[in-house]
Design a protein around this ligand. Structure first.
Ligand SMILES: *Cc1c(COP(=O)(O)O)cnc(C)c1O
Length: 384
């Protein structure tokens, strides 16, 4: 489905789900069309272009249309998890393609790339997140087909300059994919900054309620891998089903205010704890002391989000104890939901991930800031 030009503000488009009033019932909330197949008309023609649910369906297409509009894309493709979206992109590359990716990013994506490289399907070189000279050195002009960045990036929330990365990737003949999961389109629009694919785990801020998994890719129509990505999704049967798409449409209606509240809370939280002696550093792109702050301020135009990592001072094991001692923060992986989560990241992503032992990853939700600060404070006292 192609994006219709929409002059309304993104908040309005999202809140009204692009105003798809159901013509049959007048339902303000779009109906969920749950079917595996679509009946043809008396001339054996397709009624609305849909054939079979493994290819597409109206509820998923509606969610895609909303996201494409928010991303400034021609099209978006929804898959049943962020990882199936990552898999589809790599599967769509020509054989033996060279890929350049950050050395620290979402750990399962990294594992997938390295695994494909070990199997000889692709070759992969890494560069330190945010390091443009490192990216330039890793590129092989003519051979590199894909540059994969993540900003802000898992682990330390380091920031990569999307426009600069796009310029380097394009000069080498590669396309740029941005994992913008931590910066949804209400704050960053990677395609406007020169990226070729904007990628989100829609499980996170877009979904926002921690009740389903989803992944989404957005691009302009002339993006060379696009048709193949769509084919791979059909072959693998990894399209987002109608129920999850319906939940996602529900969620996108409130994304802007959820993200704004998480950003506000996170900024107050980061400022409060950054100064305390128990804490070595608060890694939050919104703090002027964060090495990526200046670039983040340019490309995250509506808030720095709810993601931060806190490096603890004190004994080895303190961070792990902290993750067990909170009573409001829920000890769980994932991010971008309305509820605040805390995790000892090294336990989740393993000793090879480069994540330090003293790092706590925190996803700040939309609760009252006083409860979040008081909870972290009592955990500091309980583990001191
Ligand atoms: C969660 C996440 C993914 C993977 O998405 P799933 O929906 O869990 O498959 C990819 N990138 C980032 C940055 C993530 O946080």
């Amino acid at each position: 489905m192609t994006r219709k030009s929409n002059t309304l503000a993104p908040e309005t488009q999202a809140a009204q789900a692009l105003r798809h009033i159901d013509p049959a019932s007048g339902s303000v909330v779009p109906p969920m069309v749950a079917t595996s197949t679509f009946a043809r008309d008396e001339n054996y023609a397709l009624r609305d272009g849909y054939i079979y649910a493994r290819n597409s369906g109206p509820t998923t297409a509606h969610a895609e249309e909303i996201i494409a509009s928010l991303e400034g894309a021609d099209e978006s493709l929804l898959l049943n998890s962020g990882m199936s979206a990552s898999v589809a992109v790599v599967e769509s590359l020509p054989p033996q393609a060279h890929v350049v990716a950050q050395s620290m990013m979402y750990h399962v994506g990294l594992q997938w790339l390295d695994r494909q490289a070990d199997r000889g399907v692709i070759s992969v070189d890494h560069f330190p997140a945010g390091d443009m000279d490192g990216l330039k050195a890793a590129l092989k002009p003519g051979q590199t087909k894909l540059v994969w960045i993540e900003t802000p990036a898992n682990g330390d929330w380091s920031i990569t300059d999307i426009a600069a990365a796009a310029e380097l990737a394009h000069a080498a003949g590669a396309i740029l994919m941005v994992d913008s999961t931590a910066a949804p389109p209400c704050t960053t629009k990677p395609l406007d900054l020169g990226a070729d694919i904007s990628f989100h785990s829609a499980t996170k801020y877009m979904g926002g309620h921690s009740d389903f998994t989803a992944g989404v890719l957005s691009a302009r129509k002339d993006m060379p891998l696009w048709d193949e990505i769509r084919n791979v999704r059909s072959f693998q049967g990894t399209i987002l089903p109608a129920f999850e798409a319906w939940l996602l449409i529900r969620s996108l209606r409130t994304m802007h205010i959820r993200y704004a509240q998480s950003s506000r809370n996170a900024m107050a939280f980061a400022k409060h704890f950054d100064a305390l002696p128990d804490i070595q550093t608060v890694l939050y792109p919104g703090l002027p002391t964060h090495p990526g702050h200046a670039v983040a301020a340019r490309q995250m135009v509506n808030g720095f989000g709810g993601m931060m990592s806190i490096l603890m001072n004190g004994s080895t094991g303190r961070a792990f104890e902290m993750a067990k001692a909170t009573k409001v923060f829920i000890p769980a992986t994932s991010l971008g939901g309305v509820e605040s989560l805390i995790e000892h990241r090294r336990t989740i992503s393993g000793p090879d991930s480069g994540i330090p032992e003293n790092l706590l990853r925190i996803s700040i939700g939309i609760e009252h800031i006083d409860d979040l600060i008081a909870d972290f404070q009592q955990a500091l006292v309980a583990t001191s």
